[in-house]
Design a protein around this ligand. Structure first.
Ligand code: IPE
Ligand code: IPE
Ligand code: MG
Length: 247
């Protein structure tokens, strides 16, 4: 499924939303709390966001939880985040499963502790056949890592010439539609090495709202903004079906 090879089908409710959940630290700082309290609150908001998306009919939600560059943070914070990740793999996954959601994790697993890798595998297996929303957590993920690992896998499989089609099966999210809507909370207007390949034609939405405050009202705002966009995929406005043309 490639937006550069075909014009993808799209609907009023985005099928796939990708989120950079940024601003946890500042949320805590504003309340004179340690940064880690912001991450705790952020995890709660992720649960709420997942439920909201699922109810609205979104099929895929992909969230950036930890970047390949986040290892540069103070060891205490990294350890806390890893602990939170492990804990939610052990405790929160049951609820996802009960709600028929599928959980996936993308990123380089080689730097995680063995128990985290085991937790990821167990959660993915448990929820693999669920038919509801697919929640994908990007952890130790980087857009450059993703492209390079896909190219390397294609070469290992014997591909002589790298094409879009030859690497697509190896890219993270290669079997999902490309994100329709990208949301970054926390006020920064950058991609920070998130889904570089997959965001080629995604509609971008940036908000000052900090991630722990990104509630249903804020999600609705983002989707309303998305609904105002004219998705041309390279064509002229006049070439679009009338229903898709925006004034
Ligand atoms: C995003 O919030 C969460 C992670 C990167 C894990 P931050 O921790 O980056 O929060 P700010 O940007 O410092 O406020
Ligand atoms: C991006 O946020 C990564 C995640 C939300 C996991 P950062 O806070 O790490 O991004 P920069 O450093 O401001 O670009
Ligand atoms: Mg940040």
């Amino acid at each position: 499924m490639s937006s550069t090879q075909n014009v993808p089908a799209h609907t009023d409710i985005p099928q796939h939303i990708a989120v950079i959940m940024d601003g946890n630290g500042r949320w805590a700082k504003k309340r004179l709390m340690p940064r880690i309290m912001g991450h705790k609150k952020g995890l709660e908001m992720l649960e709420e966001m997942t439920a909201n998306c699922s109810r609205m009919g979104v099929r895929y939600l992909t969230v950036f939880a930890f970047s390949t560059e986040n290892w540069r943070r103070p060891l205490d914070e990294v350890n806390f985040l890893m602990g939170l990740f492990l804990q939610s793999l052990q405790k929160r996954v049951q609820k996802l499963h009960k709600n028929n959601l599928r959980l996936r994790v993308i990123g380089d697993r080689s730097r995680f502790a063995a128990e985290i890798v085991a937790g990821i595998e167990a959660a993915e297996t448990l929820t693999a056949n669920n038919t509801g929303l697919t929640l994908t957590i990007a952890a130790d993920y980087g857009g450059r890592w993703d492209i390079l690992q896909a190219v390397n896998q294609a070469i290992e499989a014997g591909e002589k010439q790298i094409t879009e089609a030859s690497i697509l099966p190896y890219l993270s999210l290669g079997d999902a539609p490309e994100p329709d809507l990208f949301i970054r909370t926390g006020g920064e207007t950058r991609i920070s090495n998130f889904l570089l390949w997959q965001l080629a034609y995604t509609e971008l939405y940036f908000t000052q709202v900090l991630w722990p405050d990104f509630d249903k009202t804020e999600l609705t705002r983002a989707i309303e903004s998305y609904q105002q966009r004219e998705r041309r995929f390279g064509r002229t406005s006049e070439q679009l079906p009338i229903a898709e043309q925006r004034p």
